[in-house]
Design a protein around this ligand. Structure first.
Ligand SMILES: NC(=O)c1ccc[n+]([C@@H]2O[C@H](COP(=O)([O-])OP(=O)(O)OC[C@H]3O[C@@H](n4cnc5c(N)ncnc54)[C@H](O)[C@@H]3O)[C@@H](O)[C@H]2O)c1
Length: 320
């Protein structure tokens, strides 16, 4: 069974590909290597069930050709669409980036698979589609939705496009709404950012915002467990699932202190102003995960434990 994984050279795809290969699936990974790294894929090269194709998924000709080549290996069973612009501040500075890498990748992929016997389309969506909902625990069926970043808007538009494709040519689609995900190989995110800053200047760590931002964090191993469980147990034509820890998350201040403990304990931590790290940052965020937990999934690690494990993993990855 062929599984396509877009964004295959990125962070989350790395654990997903590992688990799909373990389950005996053949995996063809697509990535343009804009944010992902070829070296992330090196551990898969000796596996006979793995192939990598370097393409821009937003380019209609390239994506049609790559899917045609993959179909020659066997019927394409599942498409895991993870390619996107994961660098949210860059999309704030230039909305074209989110339009192209987050929305157009979805749009072109959905067009290109018309006529192929794809059983499921599995989409990496985000809590960013909900915007700033304050202190309430956000359920999947809340609405109307008002995203506050271009990234969130393009993820929500992608979900809408996927829903329309189910009406015309997709048999089944699942949108996973991820929280902040941590682990390795890290390509972006708050821990990598702090580790890099402290390695460059062990005396000071400058934090974006006042450090009071509080969010839920999930380790990538728990996230991928949840995605596979949802895939196995969901028969709905269209489904959306929040995935996250059960706790209320941790503050950016706490993360900064823990990274400093690990990388440079004598560093002074200097905070910025306001409770947002950048335009479109959601300062406080509370997720309801009742739906995914009703399938029998619960995370092994809560937010604190996930962060502590990821700090160790990322510090090792960076040689700190
Ligand atoms: N990491 C998180 O905390 C988080 C949270 C919510 C949602 N998500 C979503 O999960 C998915 C995976 O995220 P990640 O953290 O692994 O990010 P990542 O940046 O490590 O992986 C995304 C990959 O997509 C590739 N890509 C981007 N545009 C492309 C294009 N036009 N054509 C081909 N490849 C392209 C990048 O090169 C990168 O390798 C993304 O869709 C992201 O939006 C991630």
């Amino acid at each position: 069974m062929i599984n396509i994984v877009t964004g295959g050279a990125g962070f989350i795809a790395n654990t997903l590909i590992d688990r799909l290969l373990e389950q005996g699936r053949r995996v063809v990974a697509f990535d343009n290597l804009k944010l992902g790294r070829l070296e992330n894929l090196s551990r898969f090269y000796s596996h006979p069930g793995f192939q990598f194709v370097q393409i821009d998924v937003a380019s209609p000709l390239s994506v049609c050709k790559a899917l045609e080549d993959a179909s020659n290996l066997g019927p394409i069973d599942e498409i895991w669409h993870l390619a996107a612009n994961s660098d949210i501040p860059s999309g704030v500075a230039n909305p074209d980036i989110d339009f192209r890498d987050t929305f157009l990748t979805t749009f072109e992929l959905l067009k290109a698979i018309k006529g192929l016997p794809v059983k499921r389309f599995l989409f990496a969506s985000s809590s960013a589609i909900y915007g700033d909902q304050g202190e309430i625990a956000i359920h999947e069926n809340i609405g109307p939705l008002f995203p506050i970043s271009n990234y969130g808007a393009m993820k929500l538009a992608s979900e809408a496009q996927i829903s329309a494709a189910v009406e015309s040519h997709l048999s089944r689609a699942i949108c996973f709404r991820f929280p902040n995900v941590v682990g390795v190989p890290a390509t972006h995110g708050v821990i990598l950012d702090f580790v890099r800053k402290l390695m460059a200047n062990p005396d000071e760590l400058h934090v974006l915002g006042d450090g009071t931002q509080q969010k839920a964090y999930l380790h990538v191993s728990d996230l991928v467990d949840a995605m596979l469980k949802i895939r196995d147990l969901t028969e709905d034509k269209r489904a959306v699932f929040n995935i996250g820890p059960v706790d209320e998350g941790v503050t950016v201040r706490w993360i900064a202190e823990r990274v400093a403990d690990r990388v440079s304990p004598s560093a002074r931590i200097l905070f910025g102003e306001g409770n947002k790290g950048w335009v479109g940052d959601v300062p406080k965020f509370k997720y309801s995960t009742e739906k995914v937990r009703s399938l029998g999934w619960s995370p092994v690690l809560g937010s604190q434990a996930a962060i502590l494990r990821a700090i160790d993993e990322i510090a090792c990855q960076q040689g700190a």
